[in-house]
Design a protein around this ligand. Structure first.
Ligand SMILES: [Ca+2]
Length: 499
């Protein structure tokens, strides 16, 4: 049994004899943030998926709080990350789609997580992607002391890579990318690459995600020596497309064992989704829908990518334990948003349905009484910066649009938010959504349907839009009122935004 698990059990025993749950002093703790690209929470073994294997995350979840109802505020990378790295919602950050340069859109003076942490003097390190692109976040990236395996902003003068990896040969059959990234040829090359799934043709140690984990291990060993309070963000680029992983991970899954997607492609035919009118998808199966066999193979490949990521998370957590940093480091594992695995015939993110807007969020604060429990309360990713600010006792702007969920780390079952709010803006549809524990309601300003309502308790895969069903007239009215009233109407009991 490791130290954290033992501490969790001990804390739970103490609680059983009647002490009020509270967090230890976290203000001097380090933060390790692992962000997993395009990660469907329900696909993870550690979230209960019966096929996908994530043994390291399974073990981590036993020592952390697993949030089962964590919702992102936007349905693709750039706006979601901008929201959860600022503590403001997409309509306030003014970043609602992937094409908008974050720094040019943020209101004057709006800061991001690393900038807040810099004010507290933390040593800042990032490995791989954190913000959507370097050129969207040059000012924000410039505060990092270390930038590893990612293009630094112009003028950044940090140390070189902690590990120098040898170049990896392009696998046989993969054409060289065209040089001009703005050319139609490059876009076509990217589309073809994104459509691939299966064996990457690489050794596990050649994968970029492995190298990011190995870099994290090296930095943690360094931090254990310097003993400076740190923030380390580590990216995992999978399971973003292309769904490629080394053969040993692909071989873990037999496509024949994968059930068909639970929401058939014929459901929600009028529901707005990019490229649907053309028969394709933005990320994979870009030109046409897959056959049943291809669908099973792609889902198996997605699971393989998750098992690979799980192995890398295991490497990082092992290093944390071996260096002794685990007792003084807050660990946050999250996905930047979800991903559709063929439900409704969708094979990307970009919807306000559950597969996109629910994402994994697992948080371990050493010594937190809630560790080892699953939290069924609604939290929003916009709460991340307020939570970290709360844990590290950083003064944050009073008008932030998330709230600290630190109380749930002490007591995961206390009453909390009654709804989450999501914005969609992918060019084909602009919409807003409110999600309660029972229902999801959304309104679209463009597209074939003006509104949708799903009864998630009766119809967890959102196959039936009941917005015009007379039996749901009252629910529709209440959900529309909540959507228009906004997030302040869904705050926990007794919670005031007048801080
Ligand atoms: Ca993403």
């Amino acid at each position: 049994m490791n130290v954290i698990l033992a501490a969790t059990l001990l804390t739970n025993c103490l609680l059983a004899v009647g002490e009020a749950p509270s967090l230890p002093d976290t203000s001097k703790m380090n933060i390790l943030l692992i962000d997993i690209e395009d990660c469907n929470a329900a696909a993870l073994g550690c979230y209960g998926n019966p096929i996908c294997k994530t043994p390291h995350l399974d073990r981590f979840v036993q020592t952390a709080v697993r949030f089962d109802r964590a919702y992102v505020q936007a349905v693709c990378c750039n706006p979601s990350r901008t929201s959860f790295l600022t503590g403001y919602r997409p309509l306030t950050t003014r970043v609602t789609s992937n094409g908008q340069e974050m720094d040019a859109h943020l209101p004057e003076g709006m800061l991001t997580l690393p900038e807040y942490l810099k004010t507290r003097g933390l040593y800042l390190a990032v490995i791989g992607k954190l913000f959507h692109r370097t050129d969207y976040a040059e000012k924000q990236l410039s505060v990092f002391d270390r930038i590893e395996m990612y293009t630094p902003p112009p003028g950044w003068k940090g140390p070189g890579p902690v590990i120098k990896f040898p170049p990896v040969a392009r696998p046989a059959g993969v054409p060289k990318p065209p040089a001009d990234e703005k050319s139609p040829e490059y876009r076509e090359w990217r589309r073809q690459q994104s459509d691939r799934y299966g064996d990457s043709g690489r050794a596990p140690e050649e994968e970029g995600d492995y190298r990011m984990a190995a870099t994290a291990v090296a930095l943690l060993k360094e931090f254990a020596q310097t003993k400076q309070q740190f923030f380390l963000a580590v990216a995992q680029s999978k399971p973003h497309t292309p769904l490629l992983a080394p053969k040993k991970y692909i071989d873990m899954y037999n496509p024949a064992d994968i059930p068909d997607p639970p929401a058939p492609a014929e459901s929600l035919v009028n529901f707005p989704y990019p490229k649907r009118a053309f028969g394709g998808n933005p990320d994979i199966f870009t030109l046409k829908q897959p056959t049943k066999q291809q669908s099973k193979e792609a889902i198996a490949a997605y699971y393989a990518c998750l098992s690979m990521v799980d192995n890398h998370v295991g490497m990082i957590l092992k290093a944390l334990e071996e260096t002794g940093l685990d007792t003084n480091t807050i660990v946050i594992v999250l996905g930047d948003h979800g991903f559709h695995l063929g439900d409704h015939g969708f094979w990307s993110k970009y919807s306000m349905l559950e597969a996109t807007h629910r994402a994994p969020l697992i948080v371990r604060v050493p010594g937190a009484p809630g560790n080892g429990q699953a939290c069924d309360q609604i939290v929003e990713f916009v709460d991340l910066v307020p939570t970290i600010g709360d844990l590290l006792k950083i003064d944050l702007p009073k008008d932030m649009e998330g709230i600290s969920f630190a109380p749930l780390l002490a007591d995961p079952n206390r009453p909390w938010k009654t709804a989450a709010f999501i914005v969609e803006d992918d060019g084909d549809a602009f919409g807003e959504c409110v999600r309660t524990k029972k229902y999801s309601y959304m309104e679209f300003k463009k597209g074939a349907i003006p509104a949708a309502l799903f009864d998630l308790e009766k119809d967890p895969w959102e196959t039936k839009n009941v917005v015009d069903d007379p039996a749901y007239a009252q629910v529709r009215k209440e959900m529309a009122e909540l959507l228009h009233a906004g997030w302040k109407k869904a705050l926990p009991p007794g919670y005031s935004t007048d801080k």
